[in-house]
Structures are given as C-alpha cells and as structure tokens.
Design a protein around this ligand. Structure first.
Ligand code: ASP
Length: 448
C-alpha cells in the first residue's frame, strides 16, 4: 500500500489544481482555453493505457485464479452487485425528481414553444452537439436518432443489443473503438484457455503478468503529472463555458434541474454506496472514499470513467488495499457496465422532461423509465456525455419528445463530470466488496 502522506499530498495537489483551474477560467476565460492542448495530451495518455491495461489486467486476474471455473461465483456476484446498485441509483433519482419536481413551472411557455416550433432545427443542434462530443459524424448521430424514434424500444430489444455487444467479429476493431466489453470477454476466454494448457504456455503467462506490471508502473508515472494535466483539462473546459457565457446562463436556466440531479448523485455517493460498502465490508466507507479520491477527482476532470480506469486501479490497489486480482477483474468490468451516476441522471432527466411538458406519468411508466435507464446505463460507454445519447432509449420507451433534450444540453457537460465521479466511486465500492467477500476465490486481500 502507498505511503499515506504521499497519497494525501497528491490528492491535495489535484484538489488545488481543480479549484485554481476553475477560478482561473472564470477570471481569464480566453487564456484558460489555451490550456486545452495540455489537457488533451494528458487525456490521450490516459486513454492510450485503457485497452492494453484492460486486456492484460483481466487476463492476469483469471491467471491468478488458476482456473477460469473459479470465476463463476465472484463473476456472477460482481454483475449482480453492479446491477443492483444501478437500480438503487435509479430509484434515488426517481424519488428525488418526484419530490423536488424541477420541471414544474420552471420553463416558460415561450421556451417550450421555441423548442416545439423549431423542431428539426433543434434536432440539428442536438445532432451537431452530440457528434462533436462522441466523435461520430453528424449524419450517423441523426440516423441513430431517426431509427430509434421510429421503433419503440422494448426491454427485450435493449437486452438483445446488450448481448450482441458482448461479442465482436474483429478484436482489433473493438480495440480501436475502445469497445471494452468484447475485449473483456475475449480476455476471460483466452486466459481461461491458458490455464488449461499447462507448462507449455508458462512463458506467455509470465509475459502477460509482466506487461500488466509494466503498464501499472506507467500509470504511476502518469500520476506524477496528473495535477498539471487535470488543471489543463478543467480550466480549458470551464474557460470555454465562461467565454460563451454558458456558465452563468446554465446555472440560471437549469438551476433546479441541476440541483435535483446533484442531490440525487450526492445521496447515492454519500449515503447509499457507503451504507452498502459498510454492510458488506465492515470498513469505514468514507475512509475508502478518501483512499479513492484521486480516481474520483480524475473522473470529474476527464468526464470519462474509461479514461480514469488506470487511476482507479492504481488507487484501489495501492491505497484502498483491494487485492490486485480483484481490482484486475472487477474494475474493468465496472468501468464498462456499471454506471450508477449515468442511470440516476437518465431517469431524473426523463422525468424532468415529462414535468416540463406537463405529461403525467403513470406508475408503470416510471417503472419502464427505471428499467430502461438501468439498461441504457449498462450500455453507455465510459466516455464524455455518452449518457446523453443513450438517454434517447429512455425517452422513447415512454414516448417523451426527444427534442426536449435541448433543455438540458447546455448543462450536460457539467453534470457529466459529477455523474462520472459517481460512476467511478461505484466501481471502486464494487471492487472493495467483492474483494472482501470472495477473497479466497480472488486470491486474497490485504486489508486497508
Ligand atoms: N461520462 C460518463 C462516464 O464516462 C458516461 C455518461 O454518463 O455520459 O462514465
């Protein structure tokens, strides 16, 4: 485990970097925007690690177990745990949005008429915005929207898509798109095969373990420049918002909605997850949150739980005392399928839109929102604002108008940071819980 003062100092530097970055962006937005290059370099360095690290760590996790059959119980419980916490997050979101009712009487008739009147123009703005965020051509985003609007998604269809997304016909294409789910499936099967091939493949097994250790050493090196990289990322994005006058406007126009989502996220991260963590590990959850703080802050700064994965693994192993084998297997899976913050946000945003247009949702419709938000979050990639795209599934499932996404577009980049932080903390809690409860299967744990 890392020396406590060293990690505390690193966390402090990162916190300072974020605070200074925001103040700087507000005071000198145009200058702050120039730091975007530094931010991009840091982000790319992190992203570059994700595919090799996920593959080598999952393989190491399986090799460490010695027999892929041992994966059954912890694997099943990991998936179940992640699903249950996602459902809990959705419930928190639904309760909060139904109590605060941020969409009732907060959006003027004119604003609504504008969205409805502009129709396709609003659609265009949304497509353009999303295509710049998720790096897809605008036409492809529009096509995706069009197809989704025509077919009302059933739960069965969403499940079918999820199952197909587990497999790929081209490993390299999946790797180049950072499509982690099929890579995890491949790594499990490949490492499982290796455990049955005996001494013949010993060199290969050792090689995989060495690659994994070397990659983790690389991550440690990256952490040395993290405060600087994080400063650049945060100041450039906040500077851009301030420059475009978005920052004040966003807070004025969507204040209640923001407050609702943030309250939900806060409750989930500071009450639900800690409670579960304490029940299943008997460890102090807030100390665990502190130990994971570098990862949580990196998630806030990058808005990508995939890009944060290397840091999450580093913190979990070195500071939070999660065994390497558990971290190796549970965290990559978590970063891919577990998105509590995203699910909570999708459910809350859908109900917010329903409140704005004055649509009374029945209990069954709210249940449909809960189920689709859970599945949509499982299917969302760990990249910036992926949740905004998969939210379409939720809106369509209960017939809510997609163009109303325009209402929450301006604030999404900011909320995305908070929900990504919650996603990452949720992944870490899962690793801590699985590690404590399946220590023997996962290869033992050092306690923190
Ligand atoms: N940015 C989130 C993540 O990477 C996904 C989302 O909610 O948009 O976890």
């Amino acid at each position: 485990m890392a020396d406590g003062t060293h990690s505390a100092r690193q966390t402090l530097y990162i916190c300072l970097a974020i605070v200074i970055a925001i103040v700087f962006a507000i005071m000198a937005p145009t200058f702050a925007m120039k730091f975007h290059l530094g931010g991009e370099v840091f982000l790319n360095l992190l992203k570059m690690m994700v595919v090799p690290l996920v593959m080598s760590s999952v393989m190491c996790g399986i090799l460490g177990m010695g027999d892929v059959r041992k994966l059954g119980k912890p694997g099943l419980y990991t998936v179940l745990y992640y699903l249950c916490t996602t459902v809990l997050a959705v419930v928190v979101g639904l309760v909060v949005v139904n109590i605060i009712r941020p969409g009732v009487g907060t959006v003027s008739e004119e604003a609504r008429a504008e969205i409805e009147g502009e129709g396709s123009a609003t659609g265009d703005v949304i497509y353009e915005y999303l295509s710049s965020q998720v790096n897809l051509p605008k036409e492809q985003v529009a096509e995706f929207f069009g197809a989704a609007e025509q077919t009302e998604p059933s739960i069965g269809m969403i499940l079918e898509n999820l199952v197909t997304s587990l497999f790929t016909d081209n490993l390299f294409a999946a790797a180049s798109e950072t499509n982690l789910l099929p890579l995890i499936v491949f790594s499990i099967i490949f490492a499982g095969m290796l455990t049955t091939l005996g001494e013949n493949v010993d060199a290969l097994k050792t090689g995989i373990e060495q690659i994994n250790h070397a990659l983790m050493a690389f991550v440690m090196l990256l952490m040395k420049i993290a405060p600087l990289g994080i400063f650049c990322l945060v100041t450039a994005r906040f500077g851009e918002a301030q420059h475009e006058g978005e920052l004040v406007q966003v807070i004025q126009q969507t204040g209640w909605y923001m407050m609702t989502v943030l309250t939900g996220l806060g409750l989930h991260a500071l009450v639900t997850l800690p409670l579960l963590f304490w029940i299943f590990t008997k460890r102090n959850p807030y100390k665990f949150l502190w130990q994971m703080s570098r990862a949580v802050l990196t998630a806030f700064s990058t808005a990508s739980s995939s890009a944060t994965l290397p840091v999450t693994m580093d913190c979990a192993e070195k500071e939070a005392g999660v065994s390497e084998r558990s971290a190796n297997f549970v965290l990559p899976l978590g970063a891919t399928i577990n998105m509590d913050g995203t699910a909570l946000y999708e459910a809350a945003a859908a109900i917010f839109i329903a409140q704005v247009i004055g649509m009374d949702l029945t209990f069954m419709q709210q249940v449909t929102i809960a189920m689709t938000a859970t599945l949509a979050a499982v299917g969302a990639a760990g990249i910036p604002e992926a949740g905004l795209v998969t939210m379409l599934i939720v809106l369509n499932a209960v017939g809510l108008p997609v163009e109303y996404v325009a209402l929450i577009l301006s604030v999404d980049w900011l909320l995305d940071r908070f929900r990504t932080a919650v996603n990452t903390f949720g992944d870490a809690c899962g690793a801590g819980i699985i590690d404590t409860n399946f220590a023997s299967e996962m290869g033992g744990s050092e306690s923190a």
